[in-house]
Design a protein around this ligand. Structure first.
Ligand SMILES: Nc1ncnc2c1ncn2[C@@H]1O[C@H](COP(=O)(O)OP(=O)(O)O)[C@@H](O)[C@H]1O
Ligand SMILES: [Mg+2]
Length: 278
C-alpha cells in the first residue's frame, strides 16, 4: 500500500447524453443525466483507492452547496480530503457532452487554477499533479527532491513541471518535432519517461534512449470521460509497485478500458473486482 497525493481538480460534472455524433452547427437532442463527481482528483483517485492505496487529494472547491456536496461525496468514497480548500465563491459545474460514440467534449468556465493554501510537504510514494497553471511548479520541485512526482502535461506546454514521469494526451501535446526534448524542457533533468496517449491507438513512452509502444485494448466505448485519468491511475499503481515501464503501460491501458466500457468517469465496479482478483 502506497501513500499517494493527487494535486488535481475535484469537479461537479453535469452530463448531457447526445443521440448523435457532436458536430458544430448542428441541432442536437440530449438527455440530461444530472450531476456526478468528476475531475482528475476523483477519476484517478478512486481507482487508486480500490487498488489499496492511501489517497489524499489537494484541490479547491467553492464554499457553497456544490462544494459541500463534492467534499462529502469524495470523503464517502474514501478519499482523504484534508487538503481540499473551500474558497469564497461559486464552485460551478462542467458540462460534459457524451455523444453517440461515447466520445466526450468538456465545456468549462475559465477559472484561474490556484493551489490550495495547505499542501503536504513530507515524502510520499507518489505525488501526481494534474492541474494547470504556473503555481504548482515550485511545490513539485520541492517534492521531487524526495518523492516520485508524476505530472500531466501542462495545457499549451506553457508551465514548468518538475517531475520524473510526464503523461500527455497526444491531443494536448500537439505536433512536436521531438516530444522527449519538449518534455525535458518542461520537466527538467529528473525526467525519466514521457508517456503519450493516443486514444484508441494506445500509448507510447519515450526515455532518453528508449521508445515503447503499446496498443489499446479492444473495448466497446460507452463513455470516454475519465479514460486518461484512469490510465494515469493504472500507470501510478504499476510504478509504485515497482513494475518496469512496459508492464506499467499495460496496467494503465487495462484501467482505461474498464472506465471506457462503463457510463461513469470514475472507474467502474469492474475495475474493483479485477483488482480484487489480481
Ligand atoms: N476508443 C478507445 N479504445 C480503446 N482504448 C482507448 C480508447 N480511448 C482511450 N483509450 C485508452 O485510454 C488511454 C487514454 O486515452 P486518450 O484519449 O489518449 O486520453 P484523453 O481522453 O485523456 O485525451 C489510451 O492510451 C488508451 O489506452
Ligand atoms: Mg480520449
Amino acid at each position: 500500500m502506497a501513500n499517494i497525493v493527487l494535486l488535481a481538480n475535484l469537479n461537479c460534472d453535469h452530463v448531457l447524453l447526445l443521440g448523435e455524433p457532436l458536430a458544430a452547427g448542428g441541432r442536437l437532442q440530449y438527455r440530461d443525466q444530472g450531476r456526478r463527481l468528476g475531475g482528475g482528483a476523483a477519476n484517478t483517485g478512486v481507482g487508486l483507492l480500490w487498488a489499496g492505496h492511501n489517497v489524499a487529494i489537494a484541490s479547491r472547491v467553492g464554499r457553497d452547496e456544490t462544494g459541500d456536496w463534492l467534499l462529502q461525496a469524495a470523503a464517502e468514497l474514501g478519499l482523504d480530503t484534508r487538503y481540499v480548500e473551500q474558497f469564497d465563491g461559486e464552485t460551478g459545474e462542467l458540462l460534459i457532452l457524451v455523444d453517440s460514440q461515447g466520445e466526450r467534449t468538456i465545456l468549462r468556465q475559465a477559472r484561474r487554477p490556484a493551489l490550495p493554501g495547505r499542501l503536504p510537504l513530507e515524502p510520499v510514494d507518489c505525488l501526481y499533479v494534474n492541474l494547470d497553471g504556473a503555481e504548482a511548479a515550485g511545490y513539485m520541485a520541492d517534492m521531487a527532491g524526495h518523492s516520485l512526482v508524476v505530472a500531466q502535461y501542462p495545457k499549451g506546454g506553457r508551465w514548468p513541471r518538475p517531475c520524473r514521469v510526464m503523461i500527455a494526451s497526444a491531443a494536448d501535446l500537439g505536433e512536436q518535432e521531438c516530444p522527449w526534448r519538449h518534455a525535458r524542457r518542461l520537466a527538467g533533468e529528473r525526467l525519466e519517461w514521457l508517456v503519450v496517449t493516443h486514444g484508441e491507438q494506445g500509448a507510447e513512452a519515450f526515455s532518453a534512449d528508449r521508445h515503447i509502444r503499446v496498443p489499446a485494448r479492444p473495448v466497446s466505448v460507452v463513455d470516454a470521460t475519465g479514460a486518461g485519468d484512469a490510465f494515469a491511475g493504472g500507470l501510478i499503481h504499476g510504478l509504485v509497485a515497482g513494475l518496469d515501464m512496459p508492464a506499467a503501460l499495460e496496467q494503465a491501458g487495462q484501467w482505461a478500458a474498464y472506465t471506457l466500457s462503463s457510463s461513469s468517469s470514475i472507474p467502474s465496479e469492474r475495475l474493483k473486482s479485477y483488482l480484487r482478483r489480481g
